[in-house]
Design a protein around this ligand. Structure first.
Ligand SMILES: Nc1nc2c(ncn2[C@@H]2O[C@H](COP(=O)(O)OP(=O)(O)O)[C@@H](O)[C@H]2O)c(=O)[nH]1
Ligand SMILES: [Mg+2]
Ligand SMILES: [Zn+2]
Length: 294
């Protein structure tokens, strides 16, 4: 029988739900050699599988991955939607910048969603959006509650494999529920008893969107550590800083105290948002600390 190609939606106790191009889902087990060769299958993987009957199949091969996120692990994410609330909880600019660096370093296209605009006056989202639009990012101003901005966000999700990221309580599940009412994701920020989000699943699941595309419902990228980034490369993942690097006197300028630094000149001229440079400095220090810990 001709093998089919599909995308892994979720793993279920050693089996995998695979969806083909016309939306049919087949529960598949991996070929025996996957275990022998300790090959891992992730949500988001494109796989080749053969049907053994109407509902069951066998995964024969995993196609090469274009991108890869860890903790939670999900393959082939094209777009990272960095979600923040305008209030409740307060935006954490450092975390937003860290998620943007993560995406940039993995060649995943990041966009930003400012949720809960209904809770604040217009100046709050405009100030936040200003920081990120100046840095070249697309910013969506949304409210899962009033449905403001959801059409534009849906358009951005259409036909792509996206993942939402951001701290618990910002409204990731609420946004997805509002965009795709059939999903019925559980919402409600923090359980007062455990202090943790109510969503306890650590498994990643890809949610098919009725208008085309998938969103990974991840438990969030909580303990986010930047790993495997060279200190000298960090500025590449800050496009707004990086565009001034050519003006630095030294090619290996880290934009700290070096003389003739084009990045710091740009900041003095108001061309870079101070919060972005602050995040760069904090993350650079984190990378230095991680390197010198041994
Ligand atoms: N006012 C307001 N509340 C929201 C909005 N989006 C989500 N919430 C509330 O924020 C809380 C956390 O939402 P949830 O979707 O669980 O956040 P998640 O942890 O990021 O998935 C819930 O009580 C939601 O009802 C919004 O746009 N406006
Ligand atoms: Mg949630
Ligand atoms: Zn410099």
């Amino acid at each position: 029988m001709e093998p089919e190609i599909g995308v892994v939606l979720r793993g279920v106790g050693g089996l995998y739900d695979v969806q083909n191009a016309v939306g049919e889902v087949t529960r598949c087990r991996p070929r025996g050699r996957f275990k022998q060769e300790s090959l891992v299958i992730l949500a988001g993987d494109q796989v080749e599988y053969v049907l053994i009957n109407k509902q069951e199949g066998v995964i024969e091969a995993v196609l090469p991955r274009s991108t890869m996120l860890l903790r939670p692990a999900v393959a082939n994410v094209e777009q990272l939607v960095v979600v923040t609330a305008c209030a409740q909880p307060e935006p954490q600019l450092l975390l937003i910048d860290k998620l943007l660096v993560l995406a940039e370093s993995r060649h995943i296209h990041p966009v930003i969603c400012l949720n809960k605009i209904d809770l604040v006056s217009d100046t709050v989202p405009e100030e936040l959006a200003g920081i990120y639009e100046r840095a070249g990012y697309q910013v969506f101003r949304c409210s899962a509650k009033t449905r403001d901005g959801l059409d534009l966000l849906s358009q951005c999700l259409k036909g792509k494999l996206s993942s939402c990221a951001g701290p618990s309580g910002v409204g990731k599940s609420s946004l997805l529920n509002a965009i795709e009412p059939g999903l019925c994701l559980s919402t409600g920020a923090v359980s007062p008893r455990t202090g943790r989000g109510r969503q306890t699943t650590r498994q990643v699941e890809l949610l098919p969107l009725s208008f085309g595309g998938y969103v990974a419902d991840t438990p969030g990228f909580g303990q986010l550590r930047l790993e495997g980034i060279d200190e000298l490369d960090l500025d590449q993942y800050f496009p707004d800083l990086h565009q001034h690097k050519g003006d630095c006197r030294f090619a290996d300028c880290l934009h700290r105290q070096e003389p003739g630094c084009g990045v710091r000149t740009a900041i003095r001229h108001g061309l870079i948002s101070p919060s972005r440079y602050n995040s760069y400095q904090v993350l650079l220090e984190e990378l230095v600390q991680a390197r010198t810990r041994y």
